[in-house]
Design a protein around this ligand. Structure first.
Ligand SMILES: NC(=O)c1ccc[n+]([C@@H]2O[C@H](COP(=O)([O-])OP(=O)(O)OC[C@H]3O[C@@H](n4cnc5c(N)ncnc54)[C@H](OP(=O)(O)O)[C@@H]3O)[C@@H](O)[C@H]2O)c1
Length: 309
């Protein structure tokens, strides 16, 4: 029977269990994907440890992102056929498995330049970055954007998208990540370990807040009046936003196959790059979570499913 990683009780990485589950069957508007790699995201361990138990229930197969090949397509599916190499943010469950189900509308052909682990690193993080910048942030060419946690899974995509949109990009990251981020298009970098960003910049048009907490509290003063803060890490402080004369938006990432097709074109044109900060076989998912929970990975962590990709 196919393998999947299931959470059967809330807790630390040790609660992740490799189990046998029947192969799911796609509904008319779905595809069954033979998973070759799955992305690891902070949401996964926030579900695993029970922090989201009001929303998610047990048993739970984690995993939002997959790359693999179409095994079977439902009767109403057009444009995807068995054997096609694809990638997808399938939702918020089911990706840490040998087979996963996705609505056809959230599946896109895999970028030709990327292998399966690289492709699995893309969907949720890149969709979040893109939606924060363009849908919530309305970023325009020539504007100044501050990306917090620029070297992480969402941040390094935000840096690239913002640069490609013609913005002036400022990022916060440890010094060891500065050359990496400069190569992706960052114009200015601030080492948050040795300096306070609010003493280095002001009048930015947009803050991409991937940290919340104290980082958000110190961010209001660097945004110009009428500028915007988009937060992906918890609820933004609406009272502080009003006091600062800043617009505030809360990001909640949405699966979107059309946007993934656009990203694939960017990868294949050499305008977008992916960075793998850790790759583990499915059996070592607990180690993948331990790394992700450090909060200091450069780029993305992936699980390789069913042997080398
Ligand atoms: N709401 C949504 O739709 C949504 C979607 C995606 C993600 N998220 C959330 O967004 C957050 C970020 O996700 P992610 O996948 O990008 O996480 P991640 O990959 O784990 O982020 C790791 C990065 O954070 C950096 N970092 C840690 N502390 C920092 C600080 N004080 N200042 C600047 N950089 C710092 C680290 O850089 P150094 O190594 O240089 O320290 C590291 O590169 C998570 O809380 C996640 O749950 C929300």
């Amino acid at each position: 029977m196919p393998k999947a990683v299931q959470v059967q009780e809330w807790g630390g990485p040790e609660v992740l269990k490799l189990v046998d589950l029947p192969r799911p069957a796609p509904a008319d508007d779905e595809v069954l994907i033979r998973v070759r790699a799955a992305g690891v995201n902070p949401l996964d361990w926030k579900i695993r440890n029970g922090a989201r138990r009001a929303i998610y229930s047990l048993p739970y197969v984690l995993g939002c992102d997959v790359a693999g090949s179409v095994e079977a397509a439902g009767r109403a599916v057009k444009g995807l056929a068995p054997g096609d190499a694809v990638y997808s943010m399938i939702g918020r469950a089911g990706g840490y498995a040998e087979y996963a189900i996705a609505k056809a509308e959230v599946v896109a052909p895999k970028p030709a330049r990327l292998d399966f682990p690289e492709a699995a690193a893309v969907p949720l993080a890149a969709l979040t970055a893109w939606q924060m910048l363009t849908e919530n942030g309305n970023l325009e060419a020539g504007q100044r954007v501050l990306v917090h946690a620029a070297a992480g899974g969402v941040g390094f995509f935000a840096v690239q998208f913002a640069h490609n949109l013609g913005a002036h990009v400022v990022g916060t990251a440890s010094a060891r990540n500065h050359d990496f981020l400069r190569a992706l298009g960052a114009d200015e970098l601030i080492d948050y370990n040795t300096s306070r960003f609010e003493e280095r910049i002001r009048d930015v048009d947009l803050v991409v807040d991937l940290l919340g907490g104290q980082t958000q509290a110190r961010s209001w003063q660097v945004i110009r009046k009428g500028g915007t803060l988009v937060c992906a890490a918890g609820a933004p402080d609406a009272v502080r936003a009003v006091a600062a004369g800043v617009q505030v938006r809360q990001q909640s990432v949405r699966p979107d196959g059309r946007q993934l097709r656009e990203f694939a074109a960017m990868f294949d044109a050499g305008k977008l790059r992916v960075e793998i900060g850790g790759a583990y076989p499915l059996e070592r998912v607990a180690d993948a979570h331990r790394q992700n929970e450090t909060g200091h990975t450069r780029g993305k962590i992936v699980l390789v499913v069913g042997g080398p990709a």
